[in-house]
Design a binder for this molecule. Sequence first.
Ligand code: PEP
Ligand code: MG
Length: 589
Amino acid sequence: MDGNQASRSMDIVKGIAVSPGVVIGEAVILDRGAHHLKRRYVEPGEADGELQVLETAFKASLEEVRTLRRAATEQLGDETAAIFDWHMGVLGKDRHLRQQIEDLIREERMSAAAAVSQVMHGYKERFLKMKDPIFVERTEDVRDVEQRLIRNLLGDQAEVETRFEKPSIILSYDLTPSQTAQMNTDYVVGLATDVGGLTSHMAIIAHSLHIPAVVGLGSVTSKVKAGDTVIIDGTHGLVICRPNESTLARYREEAEKFRVFELSLKQLRDLPAVTRDGVEVSLLGNIEFPSEARTCMENGADGVGLYRTEYLYLRGNKEPSEEEHIEAYTTALEACDPKPLTIRTMDLGADKYGPLRGAESERNPFLGLRSIRYCLQNLDLFKTQLRAILRVSRLGNVRVMFPLIISLMELRQAKMALGDAMEDLEEEGLEFNRSIEIGMMIETPAAALLARQFAKEVDFFSIGTNDLVQYTLAVDRSNQRVATSYTPSHPAVIRLVRDVLRTAVRMEVSCGVCGEMAGEPVYTLLLLGLGLRQFSMVPGNIPQIKKLIRSTTVKHAERVAARALSFDTDRQVRNYLRDETARLLPEVL
Ligand code: PEP
Ligand code: MG
């Protein structure tokens, strides 16, 4: 009848490899993404069956919402529970909506799921066009009702479940950072999504949790049924649905080889990252959760170069208290002490929304009220975090870093908020490190071009290439449709990185790179040759980057960088860097 009745033979789907490794297991479908269903048609004799399935799905959905409302009334009170009234009205009483869906099934022979999707899509479009924010907010409710109906039509599991009880490979249209953050990662062994790009935040989390993952697969969720055997090949960006025996055997061997390679890298853990001509480099880890600071140390990190604290805000449905911040930072600091812990202030917005800061339907969220902009408009929220960072700074080597700065004014406002927090603590007699190092991320061309001016006002820079690439090239980092244009090999990007590194040396501020580029072996020689001495990355990549650094000389890397800068196209740059890296250490590619 519909998408999940896919052909039962082996199917190989190609996507974007975001987290390496191979895993074989049973598929769990989290969310097929109703809006992603294609218009599908049914045979003339099947329309009645579709109408019947539709009736059942409406009834089941209504019952689900009633149950939700009852539970919400008990736990949160009647006022909050009333948000479900609209859903109940749509599912139980909206004859007009129902009629439109039935007409599409009868007259255009659409499948029930496709008809629901089309009608709900029309509602969303109309709501979005209305200027009143109430209607714009309602689009989330429309999507919720749509997904509930489609799920009941396609017979997927009851609720979007993020707490799994046995090892599972999760397939989903998309995974929001908050869904990923809430997953019981003891049981999630592989991830695959229809949408997403190399540096979407779900990809970063999968990588840091060591879960093989592939994104940007197009329509993998419509090709697999819950319970099908699937292989996730996170190294080559493949998902193999219902593999045959010989493919299974080959991949079991691959999985074993990968395990052995990882083991060999672990042996480098306690050796320094020093080039063959004696230049020492710092390799730091990027973390999203405090417990990962330990993972950094286990991988031989020289500290935490980026702690993405926004995940504290994505887990619960209320703002974290000062004490909760302190607890998280202390846990991370204890794991890395005496090495540095770089705490980046919260970077919500763009593709990271939680219950606290809902998606407010901005037309261009990556250009919207994101990151430091959001903090400066919500000073109380910002100060709670700054106070906590300061209070933990007395316990060890804590650095504070502001994200997405585009102007001196913004930087000064952020520093002023920090100064205010210091004064308050002083008045309250609470201790902190007054000379805490203050840094900023260079993530926009504006910041890169003004690096000289910024250098006078901070202690350190960290180049966030994930955003720098997207803002320099005007390519959404999480959109798989433009993923081939999203590349740090672009000559404009490498020139910006080179210029910032040069300025930092001249102005005597320390400068690292903490975007994914710093952890990709193909860019190690280039970055080393451009003068980078602080690489911050997904902790699991530290050993292989260390191996590369220990295999080369700065002189050689400088030659590679100079040559890379002579090319005009990203493809030339990337091919050249791949060849040079392969010549040095083929196994890291
Ligand atoms: C970056 O933009 O490179 C970065 C490290 O920040 P995030 O990926 O969290 O946006
Ligand atoms: Mg960023």
